[in-house]
Design a protein around this ligand. Structure first.
Ligand SMILES: O=C(O)CCC(=O)C(=O)O
Length: 230
């Protein structure tokens, strides 16, 4: 993973362009169920195999559907991304963002093993990463911008997971994109479109697949219904 490490950001975030092929991207986009969207005010999402309970438990004995695992999770295994995770990957959040939609700065928190792997599909977007405040309010907090191209993989772990917030601005265009302002500029698959467009990215619909390992898992609900293994 070392060649993919994003410099200047707290350890560690990694960016891999073209993690999946255009055909694989189309296949996944076609397989996303059209009837499972949960509509929020500023975006819609699907939580698979199930939403977490109020106590951050994954109540399911169903594995992730095939379209979310093949070919992606064997590639995670090859890179040992979730090697230290108790269950490997057991959860995927599918988020859809139309132009002008985003997500408030937040952290992913203690419900998950502290590794996140995000595959981007469709449009390009800037992810804003901010150092968490120490409380006094006086200190200058680190800020970084990560450009996520379609078919790329972004991995966050370590103090990048525990000590930063991430969010996506609700804009129609990301501007001022260049080597000075984009932390993963040198790692991008293709910088030319942004250079040719004066540092501008015009947003189109983007779907992200956020893979994580939920720490607390219970199959009790399915056992009560008689579908458990034992
Ligand atoms: O869509 C993304 O890249 C970010 C998603 C995210 O932050 C989340 O699901 O917690």
């Amino acid at each position: 993973m070392e060649p993919h490490r994003i410099p200047s950001i707290p350890a560690s975030m990694y960016y891999i362009p073209n993690f999946i092929s255009p055909d694989e991207e189309s296949h996944i986009l076609n397989k996303i169920p059209s009837n499972r969207w949960i509509t929020l005010t500023h975006r819609r999402l699907q939580s698979l195999p199930a939403r977490l309970t109020a106590t951050n438990t994954l109540l399911s004995s169903t594995p992730l559907p095939e379209f979310l695992t093949t070919p992606i999770t064997p590639r995670f295994n090859g890179l040992e991304i979730f090697a230290g995770a108790p269950h490997g990957v057991n959860h995927c959040l599918i988020n859809e963002y139309l132009p002008g939609q985003g997500i408030m700065p937040h952290e992913d928190g203690a419900a998950y093993h502290p590794v996140v792997a995000t595959v981007s599909l469709g449009g390009t977007v800037v992810l804003d990463v901010t150092e968490k405040g120490g409380g006094s309010g006086g200190e200058k907090l680190g800020k970084w911008r990560i450009l996520q191209e379609p078919r790329s993989l972004l991995v966050t772990m370590g103090s990048a997971y525990t000590d930063t917030l991430h969010g996506i601005a609700e804009v129609h265009e990301d501007d001022d994109l260049n080597a000075e302002t984009v932390a993963n500029w040198e790692l991008l698959g293709d910088r030319e479109p942004f250079i040719a467009n004066g540092g501008l990215n015009t947003r189109t619909t983007r779907i992200s697949l956020t893979y994580r390992d939920v720490k607390k898992v219970s199959t009790i609900g399915s056992k009560i219904l008689g579908r458990g293994k034992s």
